[in-house]
Write a protein that binds this ligand. Structure first.
Ligand code: GLN
Length: 241
């Protein structure tokens, strides 16, 4: 890829765009711009022919069960995403996106659907929706503590071919083994909305470094992030009393 123009694919925001996860693409583009690196956002709608193979980074958001099934059908139309993953392009999948990129998921009506199998994860409905703030501790790529907001019915088991993105400090996450999210190679999936990259810039930079293939100079945290962290710390302290 050219470092001058990073191509970021926003995949199926018309199907998996319920939770504002498109904000992750805005964060990626802005963090590049702050470093004087240009980017182009390639929006792939469900009316497109297929996902292009040529992008440097792919972002897939969350949505409802029915939309997930339609998304899998669309993503199977061409080899673009799979080939991009094979050459090491990073992919960020959020919530419904996580389930779609996994091996299979069972929708609320009890039907099992095959996913893309890009991560080793199997999802089944839980006994109730997991809704609320989540904090996890990640060992992937030195990103450390991650925070976000979860809202999902599915509970996900990570298989031996992948690893969790983090361990839950508070919240529910995958709902098995204190795990949150799933990672295989440069495919990073999480239940964290927020959007997750606005709340966790280190994760944004990790994906960008994988996309560009070289380290990026660090940026100071935006003031909103310190304010959010302070607010979360206060809420956690209050809840502990
Ligand atoms: N439909 C999925 C679930 O409820 C994913 C929801 C989401 O993307 N937030 O488990």
């Amino acid at each position: 890829m050219s470092r001058e123009q990073v191509r970021i694919a926003l995949v199926l925001p018309d199907l998996l765009g319920t939770y504002g996860d498109r904000g992750n693409v805005i964060v990626l583009a802005q963090r590049l711009a702050w470093r004087g690196i240009g980017s182009e956002t390639v929006t792939v709608l469900s009316s497109a022919e297929a996902v292009p193979e040529s992008c440097d980074l792919y972002v897939i958001g969350g949505g409802e069960d029915v939309a997930q099934v339609a998304a899998v059908r669309f993503l199977h139309r061409g080899p673009g995403l799979r080939r991009a993953v094979e050459r090491g392009a990073p992919v960020l999948g959020i919530c419904g996106g996580l389930q779609v990129l996994g091996i299979s998921f069972v929708t609320g009506d009890g039907v099992r659907h095959d996913g893309l199998g890009l991560v080793d994860a199997v999802t089944e409905p839980g006994s109730g929706r997991a809704i609320g703030e989540v904090t996890t501790r990640s060992t992937v790529g030195g990103v450390g503590l991650l925070t976000g907001f979860e809202n999902h019915l599915g509970r996900t088991r990570v298989g031996p071919d992948s690893q969790p993105l983090g361990r839950v400090v508070r919240g529910i996450g995958n709902g098995h083994d204190d795990a949150e999210g799933v990672v295989r190679g440069h495919v990073v999936c999480t239940y964290l909305h927020g959007p997750v990259l606005a709340r966790n810039p280190k994760l944004a930079d990790l994906l960008l470094e994988w996309a560009i293939g070289e380290p990026l100079e660090p940026l100071p945290d935006p003031p909103e992030l310190s304010a959010l962290r302070a607010e979360r710390t206060r809420v956690h302290a209050r809840n502990r009393k």
